[in-house]
Design a binder for this molecule. Sequence first.
Ligand SMILES: [Fe+2]
Ligand SMILES: [Fe+2]
Length: 328
Amino acid sequence: MTVDATLPEPRGPLSETVTVALAGDPPPAASPEVVRAAEPFGEDLHLALYVCYELHYHGFDRVDPRWEWDPELLRLRRRLEDRFLPALRAVCPGGTDTETALGGLLVEDPDAYGVSHHLLDTGRWWEMREYLAHRSIYHLKEADPHAWVIPRLRGESKAALVAVEFDEFGGGRGERMHAKLFADLLDGAGLDSRYGRYLEHAPAQTLATVNLMSLFGLHRALRGALVGHFAAAEITTPPNADRMARALTRLRAGPECTRFFTEHIEADAVHEQIMRRDVIGDLLAREPELAADVVLGIQATAYLEDRLGAHLLECWRSGRTSLRRPLP
Ligand SMILES: [Fe+2]
Ligand SMILES: [Fe+2]
């Protein structure tokens, strides 16, 4: 995998603090007032958080890898998380009934009309390419944030989650890793498949969906939320993947483009059942007090995905780019 690991341009005082520090200047001032004033779903906070988290994945060019565990940077990251997580809790209905929360995702609302419906029915090629650029932020590291939860699980829930992850990572074959299938899709669509290439293009709505996974994955205390997120993602994928594969076919994209989605139609129908029955079921049998966090993971995923979808459709309907800068 090739990587475009250029530090992004700041989008406000928080992301400026983080990127200036990583570029080699003095340790970041944690600036609690600036953090408190930041929009919890806004561009500045989410880019700052994304850059902090990226140090745990591939990092950035010319950035000392020891920043990953720098106490001052972690202090700032904590403050950013303390804005994001309570804001998420505030927009989610909450509760402890995981079956009802998942059940709401199992049956698609027949009146719902999301991004994949639009792309299938009337989407144009430039809109499809923008969608792929947004999704590249996650899919080029697909399943990585979920791997962090493995040591925090035990017994059946651990074994079952690893079985799902094994599929995500290609069942032992590098060319079948889902991240690689997505890179092939980008190449087939004439986009740049280098990891991180579209970070500058991605708005807060996109970064927040990825920051959610990093937040849940990196915190043992949020292991229930990570598992809830994972289950929600697997449940909602098959019908969307089916529409995306057909949308790409309608737009005359080749099989190297559709494969990522066709692979997910059947795989995620199986993953969804494993996540619900074996992972969540066993986790809550062991730790029933985590039910509220599982529900949070499910609801927060739906909230941020809906928010991203609304942004894409609103931009496209008014004929403008959904990215922070148009694709070349
Ligand atoms: Fe996948
Ligand atoms: Fe999956």
